[in-house]
Design a protein around this ligand. Sequence first.
Ligand code: SF4
Length: 508
Amino acid sequence: MLKLDKFKRISADKMSLHSYLCSMQGLIADIDLLEEEKKQSESCEYKTTEDDDSLAVRKLYIESYGCQMNFSDSEIVTSILKKEGFGTTSSPEHADVILINTCSIREKAEQTVRNRLNFFNGVKKKNREVTVGVLGCMAERLKSKLLEEEKIVDLVLGPDAYRDLPKLVKKAEEGEKGINTFLSREETYADISPVRLNSNGVTAFISIMRGCDNMCSFCVVPFTRGRERSRDPHSIVQEVQDLFNKGYREVTLLGQNVDSYKWSAEENNKARLNRKNGVDEIVNFANLIELVAKVSPDLRVRFSTSHPKDITDEVLHTMKKYENICNYIHLPAQSGNTRVLELMNRTYSREWYINRVKAIREILGDECGISSDMIAGFCSETEEEHRDTLTLMDYVKYDFSYMFFYSERPGTLAAKKYADDIPLDIKKKRLQEIIEKQREISLERNQANVGKTYKVLVEGKSKRSVEQMQGRNSANKVIIFEGDVAAGSYVNVLVTDCTPATLFGKLQ
Ligand code: SF4
């Protein structure tokens, strides 16, 4: 059995990383980028609950996989069950309820979950009373099939059904299996304050919307997380204010496509009319990041994930207006070729994407950090079209990227319409070329930072040595420096050296 330190994020069985929402934080450490990214496209990151110091009799153990949205959902689930008197534990052997919050973005992600369920089977043999539940995208995709296929599973809940947990846990403890995979058009869990898990006490993630209305042909998210709905901006600002009061100094606003965030008082029957002229209160993404930035100039604001077809100049100008809105954008391209982008149903062309990058460079300058997602070997992609992806990377000069080869997902448009006809060895060869290209560009971009001084938000001790501290600059780059300063403080660091993944510097 893997002994997990309280805050440890560890790589485990093979799985995907779609959601870059993966916590972009700390994944690309200061080991060889090539090695790291090869690992990324084959492995997974997961988090577990910790031992809390509550005297709660009943204990909850959650294992969360996949994207940051899932990690944030596990914080909401913990909050819902804490209200029912549960404490948390870092060990499934000590739990009364074991929950696994799953990802379904690639076949390997689901295989990981089945392997873990095998392990929990052993736990259940020793403790027959324990309730085992599967949450998240795999639960939503497979529904009752999961109860049929995995006998130890007592509960199956989709991402919009977590309010039903207390009732279904109770039924399961009375011997009745339970399922709820209803996808909602309203649910945003806006009134539930998440219990922060695996927190460094400095940075936190806040989901501002759920679901996705885009129908990228390779993606399962619209089927597993449902239609898009934006959360009440006032509940978001309140959560940000609470975090700031607790000492957090950075928030990342989360959504599958944050640029389509739009909240209207009228549509949400809030009837909160603008006192001045009685018109509806409508809040778009540019308005929202401004509201959050105004909480305090000492609070850094980040967001993910942007969508090339929806990112507006209004958002870019708002970023420029506030020093505390970080100078970094995650803008997944997926491919550099317009025909392949059409097959992916990304709804923009190579030219459109390049024009968005031009706008970012014109308004936010060359220091603005840009990262992407790239898929190698999508259905019918030619060698020449693959080269378009490499030349797009040369044009944009991404600071880093999440890179995968195409993995067909059941039920997606691509699986229904296109043959997965690129041989695996070609997919891997193209992925390798993309990884090596990114490595060169990341090194070049980081070398351009050497000799410059950056304002760094200190996150804590570096993983490399207790003599060193770790933090990030506004462009979301990890900076390691000697010294001993408080986590959550801002310092100026002169960059003296770098690798493709990390900057090293001196306190100023
Ligand atoms: S934007 Fe596309 S890739 Fe991203 S979650 Fe939505 S459907 Fe999936």
